[in-house]
Every structure is written in C-alpha cells, then in structure tokens.
Design a protein around this ligand. Structure first.
Ligand SMILES: Nc1ncnc2c1ncn2[C@@H]1O[C@H](COP(=O)(O)OP(=O)(O)O)[C@@H](O)[C@H]1O
Ligand SMILES: [Mg+2]
Length: 277
C-alpha cells in the first residue's frame, strides 16, 4: 500500500512562562488508504496530533518532526498559503461539535457551496447541485429543505452530517475526524460512522478517526494506535485488540462494560509513571 501520510517523531509543545507543556512527544505512524484509529484518554495529545497535521495549531505552538509528509509534500516546510490550499481540498478535518465549525449566520447549503467554490472553479448552479448531492450522500433525507436552513435550525446529528458534507464536498484524500460522534446519541453515532465508512471505501480516502472509545474504534477501524501522555504506547490491528500488550491498553479494554457482567467494584484505570517516560 502506498502511504498517504508519514508522521515521524512529531512533537507539539507550548512554552508558558513557567514551563514548556509537551502536548505531543514524538508520535510516529503512517497512513494509507485505510481507517486508522487514534485512542487515548482525554489530554493524551490526540487532537494536537490531528491539528498539527492540518496545520491548525495556534501560533505560539512549537511543532517539529523528523518527517511530516503528505503525498510527497513536506508539510513542515510548506508555506502558510500552500497549507491553506491543502486544507479543505486535500486534507479535511471534522471536529467534535459542529456548532463551533459551522458558521451560525450562513445557511448550511451556502456554506457547503462556498467551501467547494474556494477550492474548485465551479459555477453557482453546479455548486448547488453538488452540495445537494453531498447532503444526500450523508443521508439527509430532504436536502432541498436542509440546504436553506441555518445551523441552529437543525439537530445535533444533522448538523454533524452537514459538517461532514462540507468536509467531503471537495473530495479530500485524507479526512481527520476528531471525535466526530462524541456529542451525538448512540443511534445517530452509528449512522454517522456508517456514512464515513461508506465514503472511505467508495472514495478510497484515508481516514484518521480520533476517539476515546476503544470499542467503537476497534469495530470501525483497520488499525489502532494508542496514545498516552503525548506518546504512542501501542499500535495494533483492530482485530487484534484483545491481544494488546501494553498495560494501559489492557486497562482501557478492562474499563469497557460488558453486557450481563457485574460491575462491582468498578474497575479503575491504573497509571504508572514509567508509561509517560
Ligand atoms: N493552546 C494550548 N496551550 C497549552 N497547552 C495546550 C494547548 N492546547 C492543548 N494543550 C495541551 O495539550 C495536551 C493534549 O491535548 P489534546 O491533544 O487536546 O488531548 P486529547 O485530544 O487527547 O484529549 C493537553 O494536556 C492540553 O492541556
Ligand atoms: Mg481531543
């Protein structure tokens, strides 16, 4: 498989007055046209990893890597302009809460059209047709009506689908989905996952799926990397998750509730200082 993305020894840190916060501390992985899951507890550096790939870390962040290559493009030496051109067009990111990503004062359809027209030279009518088709692809039943709605007028699940439509309209080669379903209830969660899954297999896209939910990730992804305190502690095939060797991954697995099992006492995730070393 040819690699779409190569990440070698990625570091993201934030200097503060008293110390340097190391959010990502030497993360390495490669991604082909596949679904890669990144799991880890809150604060383990998953989002910062995604943002560094997108070029969306704040100005004062220090980002370094031995290699950060997207399809032969060295992302670290790319100019701000080049990176802007890549974002949305070839690399897209779906965030946890659509409320923060959709513009509240612009109708959903117009946002999708504008995203498309920023990246491709298409006329208004064609943009509208493609936006409607995309809304249909993310299983919005009445695309013509939803097209004219504003973000506050749709449910969380529909907002998330609209957001996915907006991210996919320019046909990106790499999609980073950062906890895209955490704000949704379980049935909608599965719908959204199915939609992304279908788009990955139909369009041959690479997907990085970030989540704290190990079970969800293992059923949905091909491969999983487990992060702890800014580092990758384990990388596994999703199907081999049960054989996880790292005690932290085993801990995450043990914390997952099983139907019919008694939960007294509740398991507590053990943490050892040497894992973060
Ligand atoms: N702007 C920032 N300034 C300082 N530290 C930050 C900033 N953004 C994130 N961090 C720190 O980076 C670490 C990793 O954060 P993040 O990648 O968001 O975790 P995750 O997505 O795994 O929950 C956290 O400890 C967080 O406090
Ligand atoms: Mg996060």
């Amino acid at each position: 498989m040819t690699d779409l993305l190569t990440v070698q020894n990625l570091k993201v840190s934030y200097p503060t007055r008293t110390a340097v916060i190391e959010a990502v501390r030497g993360v390495s992985f490669t991604l082909g046209k596949e679904r890669l899951g990144i799991v880890g507890e809150s604060g383990s550096g998953k989002s910062q990893t995604g943002r560094a790939i997108m070029g969306l870390t704040p100005k004062h962040a220090i980002v370094s890597a031995d290699k950060l290559d997207f399809n032969g493009i060295d992302l670290l030496s790319a100019s701000a302009k080049q990176r802007r051109k890549l974002r949305g067009k070839r690399i897209a990111m779906v965030l946890q809460d659509p409320k923060y990503s959709l513009d509240p004062v612009m109708s959903i359809g117009r946002q999708i059209c504008e995203t498309l027209r920023t990246h491709e030279n298409v006329g208004k009518a064609e943009a509208r047709d493609r936006a409607l088709a995309m809304l249909e692809a993310v299983q919005i039943r009445d695309p013509g009506r939803v097209f004219d709605l504003y973000p506050h007028e749709v449910s969380g699940g529909m907002g998330q689908r609209a957001m996915i439509a907006m991210m996919l309209i320019a046909d990106p080669e790499l999609l980073i989905a950062d906890e895209p379903t955490s704000a949704l209830d379980v049935t909608v969660q599965l719908d959204v996952l199915r939609i992304m899954d279908r788009l990955v297999s139909e369009r041959g896209m690479g997907l990085i799926f970030v989540s704290h939910d190990l079970r969800l990730v293992s059923s949905f992804c091909d491969r999983v990397i487990v992060m702890y305190a800014g580092k990758v502690v384990e990388e596994l095939k999703a199907s081999e998750l049960k054989n996880a060797r790292h005690p932290y991954t085993q801990g995450l697995l043990n914390c997952m509730p099983q139907i019919g099992e008694s939960r007294h006492p509740l398991p507590v995730l053990d943490r050892k200082p040497e894992w973060a070393a």
